[in-house]
Design a protein around this ligand. Structure first.
Ligand code: GDP
Ligand code: MG
Length: 598
């Protein structure tokens, strides 16, 4: 298609500000979906996404729009994942666009993800149209939202479009603005092919499906293509666009967006951010911005029932087919038996994978406390990376330990600043900036160890701010820190799966809080159980679970059968998530107790 008639855009917003609702309304108003086809929030296709109200995978939808000038334009809406764990994918989706709609909820105003996403869009050189949503709500304040966009984001909001994505009011103006305010793509169809991969997934019938934006040249069915990052070549066997129903096409030209398949078996071959070129007439260079994404958060996954270990491996292999950003390798634990050490982009990513394993593969999991990957310089001069506490070197062999840190932006109302400052201090944060972005809203910029974020940072932030703080972060290098390994001993035996890595100056406190929490979580047994926290051979804290006196059934006076059965069933349920270690039953919560103390 004539590239002057193309518009590629994304919708960016803080979570719940109405991105999905607005996308659906645009699809509906361009006739891409009839009202009957219209399911609530079609773009969030996976059940899990729908339930959690988040968009995990980016998608692209082509709409044909006949504007008021009588001309029909091709609009490509590129959906971006809505969570910090996926910020690299967001940045590649944005790099596929010329413009973005910045949706801000008129009753909530600008939030941390509004800012983070707006900055990503600005850095990618996108033209931004501010859209003020939910104006049907009585609490909507258009003028204040406009001011917040100007003050906090630094964008001119005079021409911000007030809409209600729910009722459709103002959405027609958004379509006209897309056509008249966003620039068409600038690519050259005569140049060698350069196409940006911004999403890919495994389809059991078609193999790997790749979503790409053609920047220069053309891509056509039968073409032999090459991926520049790994030199792999494939032949395109099918191409299409999502409308959102898949529709087959023969080619994509400079500026267009669509998907292709090429009998690619392994999703890891198609890396987000990579450049696709023509194998015979290759482009001289790759498109800018490519990065290998690496897992940041690590945890051990085990099945409650150790016979199900191979089922877990099958599940992980299947999930990995579709998600190359997640990593796993076998590990074994004295306490838990055979399992897998898994690496994730972040905590949400970890929860999603866990939940899919339990739901889709019907396995009960024991998960160990999440941690990060440390870079350790040994006294021998060798540098190693350690993400598993059980592989932590002997302290005498350690020269230097470095831990990953993040740069966090926290946006909140001024009344919560005190509580948040206390929290970030406790989490070893270093302040970079403190700024009033509006007369009542404060933006705090901090460097914080990732290790502290993966513990309970989100929950704590939510509670100290009563939910009125939003957080966004990105990786920002490494700090040298005196970390130590803390072991937990149950009845005198170290339980390897409970070991964690903590900062030396926080070890005593953590150890104390941790064993106290474990004492609550470990059910009383027939005998006394000692719980201790130790660093090396030094015990730093101790608690005792006193022995059980009466058995539960005895309380029922033998009379009421149904009550007795209920009680037994309840006990059984409780057992499900227990792991017997030595003679002691330890519940799943105990393995995550470290997440709940602080
Ligand atoms: P997303 O997280 O940005 O994709 O937000 P959603 O589109 O899922 O919307 C979050 C919630 O806000 C949902 O309950 C929507 O029904 C609601 N919502 C979205 N747009 C509007 C609107 O214009 N008015 C009102 N009242 N509610 C809206
Ligand atoms: Mg959504």
């Amino acid at each position: 298609m004539d590239s002057s008639l193309l518009r590629n855009f994304a919708i960016i917003a803080h979570i719940d500000h109405g991105k999905s609702t607005l996308s659906d309304r645009l699809l509906e108003m361009t006739g891409s979906l009839t009202a009957r086809e219209m399911q609530a929030q079609v773009l969030d296709a996976m059940d899990l996404e729908r339930e959690r109200g988040i968009t995990i995978k980016a998608h692209a939808v082509r709409m044909m729009y006949k504007a008021k000038d009588g001309i029909t334009y091709q609009l490509n809406l590129i959906d971006t994942p809505g969570h910090v764990d996926f910020s690299y994918e967001v940045s590649r989706s944005l790099a596929s666009c010329e413009g973005a709609l910045l949706v801000v909820d008129a009753s909530q105003g600008v939030e941390a993800q509004t800012l983070a996403n707006a900055y990503l869009a600005i850095n990618n050189g996108l033209e931004i149209i501010p859209v003020i949503n939910k104006i049907d709500l009585p609490s909507a304040d258009i003028t204040r939202t406009q001011e917040a966009i100007e003050q906090a984001v630094g964008l001119d909001a005079t021409d911000a479009i007030p809409v209600s994505a729910k009722t459709g009011l103002g959405v027609g103006d958004v379509l006209e603005a897309i056509v008249h305010r966003l620039p068409p793509p600038a690519g050259d169809i005569e140049k060698p092919l350069q196409a940006l991969i911004f999403d890919s997934w495994f389809d059991p019938y078609r193999g790997v499906v790749v979503l790409a934006r053609v920047v220069n040249g053309r891509m056509y069915r039968g073409q032999k293509i090459r991926f520049l990052s790994n030199g792999r070549t494939f032949q395109i066997d099918a191409m299409g666009v999502l409308t959102p129903k898949p529709v087959a096409i023969e080619e994509l030209t400079a500026g267009e967006v669509g998907f292709f398949t090429a009998t690619i078996k392994n999703v890891a071959d198609t890396k987000i951010g990579d450049t696709v070129t023509d194998d015979e007439f290759p482009a001289a260079e790759a498109l800018p911005g490519f990065m290998e994404i690496l897992p940041m958060v690590f945890a051990g996954l085990y099945t409650v029932d150790s016979h199900e270990h191979t089922l877990l491996r099958d599940a992980l292999e299947k999930l990995r087919l579709n998600d190359s950003s997640f990593f796993f390798e076998p590990e074994s634990s004295v306490a838990l038996g055979f399992g897998f050490r898994c690496g994730f982009l972040g905590l949400l990513h970890m929860e999603i994978i866990q939940e899919r394993i339990e739901r889709e593969y019907n396995l009960d999991l024991i998960t160990t406390a999440p941690g990060v990957r440390y870079r350790i310089t040994l006294t021998s001069g060798e540098v190693i990376e350690v993400e598993n506490p059980s592989r932590w070197p002997e302290p005498t062999n350690i020269e230097k330990i470095e831990e990953p840190i993040i740069k966090a932006m926290i946006l909140t109302n001024e009344e919560y600043v005190g509580g948040i400052l206390k929290l970030v201090e406790e989490k070893r944060g270093k302040q970079l900036n403190f700024e009033y972005v509006t007369p009542t809203r404060v933006m705090l910029t901090y460097e914080l160890p990732l290790n502290e974020i993966v513990l309970d940072f989100y929950d704590r932030l939510k509670s100290v701010s009563r939910g009125y703080a939003s957080l966004d972060y990105q990786l920002a290098g490494m700090w040298t820190s005196p970390m130590v390994k803390m072991d937990i001993l149950v009845s005198g035996e170290p339980v390897d799966a409970l070991s964690i890595i903590v900062h030396r100056d926080h070890a005593y406190e953590r150890g104390k809080a941790l064993v106290a929490k474990m004492r609550e979580l470990i059910p009383r047994q027939q005998f006394e159980v000692a719980i201790q926290a130790a660093i090396g051979s030094k015990i730093v804290a101790r608690e005792t679970v006193s022995p059980l006196r009466k058995n539960v059934i005895a309380k029922c006076y033998g009379g009421d059968i149904s009550r007795k059965r209920k009680l037994l069933e309840k006990q059984k349920e409780g057992k499900k998530r227990m792991k017997r270690i030595g003679k002691v039953d330890i519940p799943q919560e105990a393995f995550l107790a470290v997440l709940r103390v602080g």
